[in-house]
Design a protein around this ligand. Structure first.
Ligand code: UD1
Length: 336
């Protein structure tokens, strides 16, 4: 019998790719989502990729009673917790919503997992917990100084989960600090379906290349980087999804809570990403230079040594694959 793994936020951008990776690795995922920032229209796509109808429940992760029902109905052995709000700008304007969903959701989930005797948890954290890096590459011992409400909710959940593991040695928890997830499933059938105007670079390039948005605004060409534009650690969302499987396997042999960076371990500048995207789509991306975006940093990229050593995981898809797959998703509609 394949193990049942609950994926909260399983209809979302990262969660949907995790679901497909779980099936490929021989697990039986159960999708949980409230569709606040996703849609059930992803489910037929997941079914087509999996070759069977993956069970899905329409539940809000803050609803402990509904969660209890999910654990009664399915023989869940572990949880991958991807559900949460993730827009940095919005988090500054709506702190209550971000604390409620991100912190309250993790607390309700941990409560019900404890009652059900399920102690294995993979948590979607973020490199935004680091804030402005004091040194590059960023390793897991770097200070946690998040700039945003969003990043603080991730740090608080990390602290909460470490406290749980400190109080009860049964817990097996991985805190996965994502760098910049980008790209789409290689089939072009799963991807990021942003509501409204995207905030992140690669989804913006998709819309610009497709003619849905005008030119790219490059936020600063006076950063202390090789070409003056911001440098980030972009990792393919399928690599990221496989990192969750590797973490799940690792947790079978260890107890406690541990933070692990998931990144490619190298950075690319905005102009490098634009050039790679132009190669992928065969079109020119018009761009204008604007002042720096408030809250941005010059460069951020991971020291991914811990993931390589403990999880035997590293990225295998490069920036060209990220752009090619994002463009394929866009050309197939770029939405559900
Ligand atoms: C952002 C979030 C981060 C979150 C991540 C999720 C901020 C400050 N940080 O990271 O917390 O974890 O998304 O993927 O919002 N750029 C432009 N023009 C644009 C958009 C972006 O030049 O129109 C540049 C940015 O200045 C940056 C790079 O592209 O150098 C990547 O930006 P983005 O995709 O928004 O990611 P981050 O800001 O790194």
């Amino acid at each position: 019998m394949p193990e049942s793994i609950l994926v909260t936020g399983g209809a979302g951008y990262v969660g949907s790719h995790v679901v497909v990776a779980l099936v490929r690795a021989g697990y039986a995922p159960v999708v949980l989502d409230n569709y606040a920032n996703s849609t059930p229209a992803v489910l037929p796509r997941l079914h087509a990729l999996a070759g069977y109808a993956i069970p899905a429940v329409h539940v809000d992760v803050r609803d402990a009673d509904a969660l209890r029902g999910v654990f009664r109905d399915h023989p869940i052995t572990a949880v991958i917790h991807c559900a949460g709000l993730k827009a940095v700008g919005e988090s500054q304007a709506r702190p209550l919503a971000y604390y409620d969903v991100n912190v309250g959701g993790a607390m309700a989930l941990a409560q019900v997992m404890g009652e059900a005797g399920v102690a294995t948890l993979v948590f979607s954290s973020s490199a935004s917990v680091y804030g402005e890096p004091e040194a590059l590459p960023i390793d897991e011992a770097a200070p946690l100084q998040p700039h945003s409400v969003y990043g603080r909710t991730k740090r608080i959940v990390e602290d909460f989960l470490c406290d749980l593991a400190g109080a009860n040695a049964n817990w097996r928890i991985a805190l996965l600090r994502y760098f910049n997830p980008a790209g789409a499933h290689v089939s072009g059938t799963l991807g990021e379906a942003a509501r409204g105007r995207p905030n992140n670079l690669v989804p913006l390039l998709c819309k610009i290349a497709a003619g849905e948005l005008a030119n790219l605004t490059v936020y600063g060409n006076d950063w202390p980087t090789a070409d003056g534009t911001g440098v980030r650690d972009y990792l393919h969302v399928e690599d990221l999804a496989e990192g969750h499987i590797a973490a799940l396997r690792h947790l079978a042999g260890v107890r406690g809570a541990l933070a692990i960076n998931l990144g490619a371990g190298r950075g690319h500048s905005v102009l490098e990403v634009v050039a790679a995207f132009e190669r992928a789509c065969g079109r020119r991306i018009a761009r204008t230079i604007a002042p720096r975006r408030p809250g941005d940093v010059a460069a951020s990229y991971a020291d991914a040594t811990r993931a390589a050593q403990l999880l035997h995981w590293r990225t295998t898809r490069d920036l060209d694959a990220i752009c090619a797959d994002a463009w394929r998703w866009q050309q197939q509609g770029g939405r559900y």
